[in-house]
Design a protein around this ligand. Structure first.
Ligand code: FMN
Length: 212
């Protein structure tokens, strides 16, 4: 599934996409891609939920899996039709071009039944302070069907927190009922359960009980 993150990412090159943000933490030492413990639901959760995410190095995936364990429903990973380069710098350069031009990549993933969900949890790594281009494309592809649907965004990041994600979502899919978002620093994404529980509680969603 997701590839391990290359280490030694150059701080200056990251800043190129982070649009001047101050990098306060290093990029090395992320831990992720743990197996998903089998979730043993004892009670139903929030109605029909879709958790959909893009993840290059596993952080956003880890948060998505934690949300899915709590709310049930379906978990969908978004893949681009053509994978991004393995090379970090090449990915940064491509992502910057896509962000600035609005030419988001075509996807291999489509959720035909998306209008059947009561709530969509939409996860992205922050790229260049934005919702990343694949998730912009996903939203754009499904914008009409999502009109009127509750959408709760979540993001992983290094410094940007939610960045411009809320504005990006409302630009692309103005018909969604946008709920509060959750931002988790990438280095904390391997242990997201407490933050996820607090967030879902704030959203007022009934959680299913899970043995951990
Ligand atoms: C192309 C690219 C651009 C990025 N831009 C930002 C940024 O603007 N702000 C930030 O805080 N982190 C930025 N990051 C770091 C990622 O958001 C962070 O490592 C995230 O947790 C990765 O999630 P993933 O493992 O699910 O791919 C960027 C990473 C990449 C690959």
């Amino acid at each position: 599934m997701s590839r391990p993150q290359a280490t030694g990412i150059d701080r200056r090159r990251f800043l190129g996409v982070a649009a001047g943000a101050t990098v306060a933490v290093g990029l090395a030492g992320f831990g992720f891609l743990h197996g998903v413990p089998a979730a043993r639901a004892q009670a139903r959760g929030v109605g029909r939920a879709l958790t959909v995410f893009y993840s290059r190095t596993g952080h956003t995936r880890s948060v998505a899996e934690a949300i899915h364990r709590r709310v049930g429903g379906d978990l969908v990973r978004v893949d681009t039709a053509t994978p991004y380069p393995e090379d970090y710098d090449a990915t940064v350069a491509q992502a910057r071009r896509e962000r600035d031009s609005g030419a988001w990549p075509q996807l291999a993933t489509r959720v035909e039944s998306i209008r059947d969900y009561d709530i969509v949890f939409l996860g992205t790594p922050i790229w260049g302070d934005h919702l990343n281009p694949p998730m912009k494309r996903f939203l754009s592809d499904h914008a009409a069907a999502l009109s009127g649907t509750a959408l709760a965004p979540f993001a992983t990041y290094i410094v940007s927190r939610m960045g411009q994600v809320r504005g990006n979502i409302l630009d692309i899919a103005p018909g969604v009922r946008l709920r509060d978002g959750l931002a988790i620093r990438g280095e904390d994404a391997a242990r997201p359960d407490r933050d996820v529980d607090v967030w879902l509680g704030r959203l007022g969603l009934p959680l299913r009980q899970i043995e951990r």
